[in-house]
Design a protein around this ligand. Structure first.
Ligand SMILES: Cc1cc2nc3c(=O)[nH]c(=O)nc-3n(C[C@H](O)[C@H](O)[C@H](O)COP(=O)(O)OP(=O)(O)OC[C@H]3O[C@@H](n4cnc5c(N)ncnc54)[C@H](O)[C@@H]3O)c2cc1C
Length: 286
């Protein structure tokens, strides 16, 4: 197995473009190294991105935040400004694994691992996050929900990798939240996860909203119809009931030892209503 630790983005894309079928980016390694050990497969090439300048930085820009692809999730929680502006995204990242895992794992890795249960992904989708991709032909930027294509599959082309996640500025009177259900208190995979982001109008009604559902389909679901049920409301009980009902309706979960289809459909509605309440309260505090 070949291991490379390049110093530039151009070297990463050139290495990945020339590598064999089993070429992988190494960020935190909390999925990749475990998979290599469990599946006992040998990678052709591992490209460690942690030595690239700026790749481990969270940068405040005029339009929001740029989170380099090697920033460990623990560093997101330690960033006071990011935690203030995007508390839901940060709390999702800080639910991943344990303190030890968070010291290494990244939200780009969480996204590119393409697990339907990835915790940070619904929160990022609700936040309107973008993935900035570098490749042999230059750069392109796509909504994060366009990256996972199904369990373990991404839309990244040969030679491409994510260099940063871009979070926009949500503007005043905005709030977000992420909630997940797991059968124990930590170190478990989401049975259901829900991210909600919303912005309030002057009169306290919801001017815009985004709802994203995790672990209830082969990839994260951006539930636009669900978001529409709460837009224009003050999140009263009928609005919360409608939100829950549509989230259940649009979910297409599997049944496994962790939960039946009916259970997941019910829980996704309950969590959506609870996450929306938290996001609404946060938006009002601005
Ligand atoms: C004990 C344990 C507990 C866990 N708990 C959770 C949990 O609660 N919730 C959860 O969602 N996950 C959990 N995970 C899974 C894992 O920690 C997360 O998915 C993590 O965010 C992966 O990030 P990473 O940087 O370690 O990715 P890596 O392992 O480095 O990479 C994962 C995959 O993405 C690719 N990749 C990484 N970065 C990029 C990039 N920038 N561009 C293109 N491809 C890239 C890699 O090639 C690899 O295929 C857990 C894992 C362990 C071992």
């Amino acid at each position: 197995m070949r291991y490379e630790r390049p110093a530039t983005i151009e070297d990463v894309t050139a290495l990945l473009a020339s590598g064999g079928e089993k070429s992988f980016v190494l960020a935190g390694g909390t999925d990749l190294l475990v998979r290599m050990k469990n599946d006992a497969f040998e990678a052709d090439l591992i490209v460690d991105i942690k030595a690239i300048e700026g790749m481990s930085d969270v940068t405040r820009t005029a339009d929001g935040f740029e989170i380099g692809a090697a920033v460990p999730c623990a560093a997101l929680g330690e960033n006071a400004e990011l935690s203030r502006v995007w508390p839901g995204v940060v709390e999702a990242a800080n639910l991943i694994g344990s303190t030890q895992i968070q010291g290494r794992c990244t939200i780009s890795g969480n996204l590119c691992n393409a697990s339907p249960a990835a915790d940070s992904v619904p929160a990022m989708v609700a936040a309107g996050a973008l993935a900035r991709i570098a490749g042999p032909d230059g750069r392109r930027t796509v909504p994060v929900q366009d990256i996972p294509q199904g369990p373990g599959k991404t839309s990244l082309r040969k030679g491409e990798f994510i260099e940063a996640i871009v979070l926009p500025d949500p503007g005043p009177r905005s709030g977000d939240a992420y909630l997940r259900f797991i059968p124990r208190t930590e170190m478990d995979i989401a049975v259901v996860g829900v991210g909600v982001q919303l912005t309030l109008a002057e009169d306290g009604s919801i001017a815009s909203a985004r709802v994203a559902l995790g672990a209830v389909g082969p990839k994260v679901i951006e539930a636009t119809e669900a978001a529409e049920t709460i837009i224009g409301t003050r999140l009263d009980q009928p609005a919360l009931d409608a939100l829950a009902a549509v989230c259940s309706e649009v979910s297409t979960p599997i049944a496994d030892k962790r939960g039946t289809v009916d259970f997941r459909k019910q829980v996704v509605g309950v969590l959506a209503a609870r996450a929306a309440k938290i996001a609404y309260q946060r938006a009002g505090e601005d």
